[in-house]
Design a binder for this molecule. Structure first.
Ligand code: SF4
Ligand code: SF4
Length: 154
């Protein structure tokens, strides 16, 4: 009997939330909603949530004026990354023998914590993060692995 009463109580709470939320959603649908007591469900993709101005998301590798990457494959960003999601393979730059460049530069945005440490650590200002691209969702997590081609594409 005790379990039955608890089950009925649980059902009552669930039903109350359902009908209250449905009421506010209906008000919203007819543009009659007030902020008070309103549910926080965002009707994505019709509604887009505003991001905070300080949010930094998608990474970018910057290029110099002559088209070469600014990155000198120093590994500072990879060392600073707490999520260990940056993979760099360095090579010598054949046109500038004293310089290195990344043969491979990969960031796995599926593992990234978006902390920005990599950007702060870069001594060449070669890496930046976008402010205004809040959508980074993919159906396949491998699509969140960004290589040089994706990181330089605007
Ligand atoms: S934002 Fe943070 S977690 Fe993401 S790649 Fe940079 S250092 Fe790593
Ligand atoms: S810290 Fe900057 S220059 Fe060094 S490897 Fe990372 S992106 Fe390249």
């Amino acid at each position: 009997m005790r379990y039955f009463i608890e089950a009925v109580k649980g059902l009552g709470i669930t039903s109350r939330h359902f009908f209250v939320n449905m009421y506010y959603h209906t008000l919203r649908f007819f543009h009659l909603s007030s902020k008070k007591g309103e549910t926080v469900t965002i009707q994505y993709p019709e509604e887009r949530r505003e991001t905070f101005p300080r949010v930094r998301l998608r990474h970018r590798l910057l290029e110099r004026e002559d088209g070469r990457l600014r990155c000198v494959a120093c590994y500072m960003c990879a060392t600073a990354c707490p999520a260990e999601c940056i993979y760099i393979e360095a090579e010598e730059d054949p046109d500038h023998p004293l310089e290195k460049r990344p043969k491979q530069f990969i960031i796995d945005l599926g593992k990234c914590a978006y902390c920005g440490f990599c950007v702060e650590a870069c001594p060449e200002d070669a890496l930046r993060m976008d402010v205004h691209i809040p959508e980074l969702s993919e159906y396949n997590k491998d699509d969140l692995i960004y290589d040089i081609e994706k990181l330089t594409k605007w």
